[in-house]
Design a protein around this ligand. Structure first.
Ligand SMILES: Cc1ncc(COP(=O)(O)O)c(C=O)c1O
Length: 476
């Protein structure tokens, strides 16, 4: 019989060293070997054929695995929208992996269901929507409460919210397919999962109407009535509008109060994509960005972005729980049938059948810090992006795309688009820093995403100096 203690003993030492060395920058933040060589080096084929991975062999394998893993705990990891996880939060993966309590029906995981229910309600309260009563008998007559479900990531969460929106506008779509006149309104900078969702929903990518934006990529609210009139004149029926809160590339928030008032007036479902930026709801200084959110219909919030939760933990929240309850219909007699149970089956609200106990990931990170400290963390990271903006804008030969509103910053070094890519390639090859890049207003920019509490302005200063040195070498 395998023993948990023996397995833990085998991996804990290497993992602890991995985190400590990452934090101390004593290992490369990124190291990319060719795929085939890596498969060989990890010895995958042998283990699959012969078995025996455990004890000392497991320690050796873990060390090799970590040697080739990206070091998100390093303060020079500034690349993507995945946070350096809170280490208490990381224990959620362990608890979940060992208990393996699947989340589709209450009886499969009462504790993880309770945590999902609690976390959804906590988020609903932060948005300003009515949380669901744990005892359905306590529901307030005539006043629908909010609802939600956790999904494996913001992309699936966006799809789920837009399914609810489509079914709300066209209830027959579930059985008959989507009517040809449906259209979706979204700014060009919406995350690609929105156009994917349109394809999946039968609206088609061409059914996504791009909204006019300003130079920062934010919706120009007073152009919305004209956009709506154009669509209606063309025989289209816009059923939902997506607001970026905030945008993926540059972290800019749409003017939600005006957009929400427009949607309410026009009778259009407002979906708030807060996958990255909803963490601002925790900050008294930044909450005003979400003014008007109470008028929205749905909101997506990724705890694995600005809440230090390990991947993945995304929430789909709706103002009126009935809209989400109607999003999916299924025949699954082995799961859903009349039964006496003291809880709810989240599987009814989710595309996924079996699902991990995702609530633990957000809960344990939040439980370690507390909500006030989590709000302070959001502020710290966004303030750091502002400080980085001021620093880089004042550095000769550099410019920033926009003044940041979140913890994402795009900047470039003097030179063409190809140079930005070459600089990034050279930096990644060195492995001391890890940054990403994005297209903004038709130009290629270097991009940093500050989702690690260990990042200081000195690390960003060092990165900028390195970018300058690499650019100079490449220009020669
Ligand atoms: C605004 C926005 N929505 C959705 C997503 C997708 O989230 P996930 O990567 O969790 O699927 C992202 C980024 O990853 C995003 O920035």
């Amino acid at each position: 019989m395998d023993s948990l203690m023996r397995s833990l003993d085998a991996v804990v030492g290497p993992l602890d060293r991995f985190v400590a060395e990452s934090r101390a920058q004593a290992r490369p933040v990124i190291r990319q070997e060719p795929l085939g060589a890596l498969i060989d080096e990890l010895g995958l084929e042998r283990w699959v054929r012969e078995g025996g991975l455990g004890g000392e062999a497991l320690t050796a394998f873990t060390e090799r695995y970590l040697h080739h893993s990206t070091a998100l705990h390093s303060p020079t990891y500034m690349a993507h929208q995945v946070s350096a996880p809170n280490l208490v939060g990381s224990m959620a993966g362990l608890l979940d992996g060992v208990t393996n309590n699947a989340m589709s029906i209450y009886e499969m995981g009462p504790a993880s269901s309770a945590i999902e229910f609690f976390m959804v309600n906590w988020m609903l309260e932060k948005v300003g929507w009515t949380p669901a009563p744990a005892n359905p008998g306590m529901a307030v007559e005539g006043e629908p409460c909010g609802g939600g479900v956790l999904t494996h990531g913001g992309s699936l969460a966006n799809l789920t919210a837009l399914i609810a929106a489509r079914n709300h506008a066209a209830p027959e779509a579930w059985d008959e397919g989507a009517p040809a006149d449906l259209a979706l309104m979204a700014p060009a900078g919406a995350h690609y999962s929105v156009s994917r969702a349109a394809g999946i929903l039968g609206i088609g990518r061409k059914g996504v109407s791009e909204l006019e934006v300003d130079v920062r990529g934010a919706i120009v609210a007073d152009r919305l009535p004209a956009a709506l009139a154009r669509l209606r004149d063309a025989g289209k029926r816009p059923f939902a509008l997506v607001a970026n809160m905030c945008s993926t590339a540059v972290g800019i928030y749409d003017p939600l109060a005006e957009v929400a008032a427009f949607c309410r007036e026009a009778g259009i479902w407002l979906h708030v994509d807060g996958a990255h930026g909803a963490g601002a709801l925790l900050s008294p200084r930044r909450r005003s960005l979400f003014e008007g959110v109470q008028l929205a219909d749905s909101l997506v919030w990724d705890a694995h972005k600005m809440m230090q939760a390990p991947i993945l933990c995304a929430a789909v929240l709706v103002r009126d729980h009935r809209t989400l309850d109607r999003a999916f219909q299924q025949e699954a007699s082995y799961l859903f049938h009349d039964k006496d149970q003291p809880g709810v089956d989240f599987g009814r609200r989710s595309f996924e059948c079996t699902k991990a106990g995702l609530g633990l990931r957000a809960f344990m990170a939040l439980g370690a810090l507390g909500e006030e400290a989590m709000g302070d963390y959001v502020d710290r990271q966004c303030d750091l992006a502002l400080a980085a903006h001021d620093l880089i804008s004042a550095t000769a030969g550099f410019e920033c795309a926009v003044r940041p509103e979140s913890c994402i910053l795009c900047f470039r070094v003097e030179g063409d688009d190809a140079l930005q890519i070459s600089v990034r390639n050279a930096i990644l090859a060195d492995g001391r820093f890890y940054l990403s890049s994005a297209m903004v207003n038709g130009r290629r920019w270097l991009r940093i995403v500050l989702l690690n509490p260990a990042i200081e302005i000195a690390h960003i200063q060092a990165l900028v100096a390195e970018v300058g040195r690499k650019a100079e070498c490449l220009r020669m």
